[in-house]
Design a protein around this ligand. Structure first.
Ligand code: BES
Ligand code: MN
Ligand code: ZN
Length: 492
């Protein structure tokens, strides 16, 4: 899909279909007013009759001609003072998603009337993600990327906006890469193939890549990750990506991703309902891969180490068993009480490694616990930390990108004892199911030492069972933008 910036008035557009933003309150914007004028007051008339109010994500397709366009989509932008970077992403995505329901040669979006450049990035990014759905294997696609997408922004800062559009495209492509990796099923994407996909991405973008196979993982004593892999016929991998945007030896940001390519639960088997969407359990790793691509394409002046632990959690004859005691990379022992609490085992070895490699700060992403979804619902990620300023930086990055996140507490005097084991240094589940998102984070905390660390539990937002106005069901790509923002804000 070609994307370019236009200055022309909405009534002079060359596009076949256009989308025009309308706020719920206040006067019509420039484009909406021009369309209203060309249509003899039609928009204000619709608003007066409450047929179209401008509520956020409300859509009104008008089969009328304006300029060359034969279709005008009115897009609700909601209340003016509530509009932010997240709204820019979601409204543009909703508009594109609607128009992408049919093949179209040329589409123009008139949503941005002097938005800050960051919102334009988000809007373009949203438009790109809105054109792609989860129908990877359908003969009859439900979304069709446009031949060309024209982005209008009512002002004449051509250079600034041109760059914002190029950056938005990078973000959108990165989110779609992440979404595709998550949406592809477990027989297509398993540890070896996900490692290959990551290596291909790295090759295209000048990122250094190192893949550890099973013998290497054994030699490196990644006992916790290897234990999870034992039940599967698919051998595990660790992928290490190194992007050098700053001086050699400059402080490094580590992005750590859970890459369980399928989570059956292992011998603590999931129910069919619980298992059905578990191809999504590689979302942490896929988010890391997408973010690394964007960080490299944006040429950010930072050193980033991306690492993913890739395993399949299955029930094969050699599967790890309840009561097994594992020895993680850093020497700590873990007693297995539930083989379905496998993500924390994978992350334990990854976190040990990046701490050994003396990275400056760590952020990990994992579809780690159903408990986090119970606590915060499906759209909000949980964040837990050993270092409040670093957590604040992560939260600020997420807020700036409009990706909802909420911190959960880590009180040592309350939660530490819940993962104590009678036979090993710790057990892999909490005492009872209460506070499950936090007891999982408590295990991770055992592997990060004093390195500032923030853990983002994306079990809810990574994958949608149902569509939203701005997104098809399936993988969301959420938190790719937050990671990129974090790299942009980097102050070691
Ligand atoms: N991958 C799951 C968590 C998950 C649940 C992700 C729902 C996305 C949607 C994780 O490995 C898991 O199974 N966690 C268990 C932990 C329990 C056994 C302590 C859970 O949440 O039930
Ligand atoms: Mn599990
Ligand atoms: Zn899992």
């Amino acid at each position: 899909m070609q994307i370019h910036h236009i200055h022309s008035r909405v009534t002079e557009t060359e596009a076949d279909a256009i989308a025009v933003g309308v706020f719920e309150d206040g006067p019509l914007g420039e484009a909406a007013a021009a369309v209203d004028g060309a249509l003899g007051g039609a928009i204000r008339n619709l608003q007066e009759r409450k047929e179209f109010t401008g509520r956020c994500y409300e859509m009104a397709p008008l089969l009328v001609s304006v300029g060359r366009a034969r279709q005008v989509l009115l897009v609700g932008l909601g209340k003016r003072d509530k509009f932010d970077a997240g709204s820019a992403f979601r409204t543009a995505s909703a508009a594109a998603r609607h128009l992408a329901g049919k093949p179209r040669a040329a589409v123009a979006l008139f949503l941005d009337e002097g938005w800050p450049a960051e919102w334009t990035e988000n809007g373009v990014c949203g438009a790109i993600t809105g054109c792609e759905g989860q129908d990877l294997y359908r003969a009859e696609k439900s979304r069709h990327p446009f031949g060309t997408l024209a982005w209008s922004s009512g002002d004449n800062e051509t250079i600034v906006k041109g760059e914002a559009i190029a950056k938005g495209r990078i973000l959108g492509d990165a989110m779609n890469l992440t979404r595709r990796l998550v949406n592809e099923p477990a027989d297509e994407i398993y540890p070896e193939t996900l490692a290959e996909r990551a290596a291909e991405m790295a090759g295209r973008n000048g990122i250094e890549v190192d893949i550890w196979d099973q013998p290497r993982l054994e030699a490196e004593r990644c006992g916790a990750l290897l234990a999870v892999a034992k039940g599967s016929s698919r051998p595990p991998r660790i992928v290490v990506l190194r992007y050098h945007g700053a001086a050699k030896g400059a402080p490094t940001l580590a992005i750590v991703g859970k890459g369980v390519t399928f989570d059956s639960g292992g011998l603590s088997l999931k129910t069919p309902e619980g298992m059905f969407t578990m191809k999504c359990d590689k979302a942490g790793a896929s988010t890391m891969v997408g973010a690394m691509q964007a960080i490299a394409q944006l040429k950010l002046p930072i050193n980033v180490l991306g690492i993913a632990g890739l395993v399949e959690n299955m029930t094969g004859p050699a599967a790890m068993k309840l009561g097994d005691v594992l020895r993680a990379r850093n020497g700590k022992t873990i007693e297995v009480h539930n083989t379905d609490a496998e993500g924390r085992l994978v992350l334990a070895d990854l976190l040990s490694l990046v701490v050994e490699w003396k990275v400056a700060k760590i952020v990990d992403l994992a579809t780690l616990t159903g408990a986090c979804v119970v606590a915060l619902g499906t759209e909000v990620a949980g964040v837990m930390t050993n270092n409040q300023p670093w957590c604040d930086a992560v939260t600020a990055a997420a807020r700036r990108q409009g990706e909802p996140i909420w911190q959960l507490p880590m009180y040592p005097e309350i939660y530490d004892e819940l993962i104590k084991s009678e036979v090993a240094d710790m057990k892999n589940v909490g005492d009872g199911r209460w506070g499950g998102a936090i007891t999982a984070a408590k295990l991770l905390e055992q592997f990060v030492g004093n390195t500032p660390w923030a853990h983002i539990d994306i079990a809810g937002p990574a994958f949608r069972d149902k569509p939203k106005p701005w997104s098809d069901a399936g993988a969301s790509g959420q938190f790719v933008r937050t990671l990129v923002q974090l790299a942009r804000d980097w102050q070691p």
